[in-house]
Design a protein around this ligand. Structure first.
Ligand SMILES: Cc1cc2nc3c(=O)[nH]c(=O)nc-3n(C[C@H](O)[C@H](O)[C@H](O)COP(=O)(O)O)c2cc1C
Length: 213
């Protein structure tokens, strides 16, 4: 682990209902950097450990946890630009690649070349081990197709956590599911069985007035 992340903050200023009301997909960001605390908080909402037995903020079928995170950080205070692996319980980051070139390559791997992926201060990359899910459920007909479905259901729960946490921090994000998974994985040099299944660009939301006080 190259970088130890700060502890998550467990109190907020918005109610859950206010965050749900204000949640929108945000595709334009201010040029300001994120703080490491803000990034940590988003990662914690996605996959942080929330109990002593390893359970996480987002639910997981059979607690298999087939998803993991990477971060492309271009403008994050205290982080050199690069691609970072996130430890499973979100305690730290491991530098995997130095430089900001992955982010523009990832943008090109998104369907219709989505500029918010390249322009964001950071991109949360969601990786899945689909093979593990297929194997786990293969022996359970008629449920043997469940593994893959479960994986995408988990992805939705994870993404909604990030959306709501970002509203609470006055940040903006959007779930970008429209990606060429193979091209995105190649762009980030992801090794099998892991594959990129979605990305969430993050930045300061310019329209902060949209969030209730
Ligand atoms: C599974 C899924 C995939 C999505 N993929 C993209 C995408 O590739 N690019 C994008 O800009 N928005 C994407 N979105 C965001 C939707 O466009 C957005 O949620 C929808 O327009 C409703 O707007 P709202 O999120 O602001 O309420 C996706 C949303 C979901 C749930």
């Amino acid at each position: 682990m190259d970088i130890e992340l700060p502890k998550p903050v467990l109190t907020g200023t918005l109610s859950l209902e206010e965050a749900l009301m204000a949640r929108r997909s945000v595709r334009h960001y201010a040029s300001d950097p994120l703080t490491l605390e803000q990034l940590t908080q988003l990662l914690w909402a996605a996959q942080g450990e929330t109990s002593g037995d390893g359970r996480r903020a987002a639910p997981s079928a059979h607690a298999l946890y087939p998803l993991k995170l990477q971060v492309l950080a271009t403008r994050v205070d205290g982080l050199d630009a690069g691609a970072y692996g996130v430890t499973p319980g979100v305690q730290g980051l491991q530098l995997l690649h130095r430089g900001d070139d992955y982010q523009s390559e990832l943008q090109r791997a998104c369907l219709d070349d989505q500029p918010w992926v390249g322009e964001a201060a950071a991109v949360i990359v969601i990786l899945a081990d689909a093979e593990r899910m297929r194997r786990h459920f293969a022996e359970q007909p008629p449920h043997n197709r469940k593994g893959e479905r479960y994986l995408y259901q988990e992805l939705g729960a994870l993404a909604q956590n990030v959306y709501l946490q970002s509203v609470s921090l006055r940040l903006g994000t959007v779930l970008v599911g429209g990606i060429d998974e193979v091209a995105a994985s190649r762009a980030l040099e992801i090794e099998a069985p892991w594959q990129v299944v979605a990305v969430m660009p993050v930045g300061l939301a310019p329209a902060r007035a949209a969030v209730p006080k």
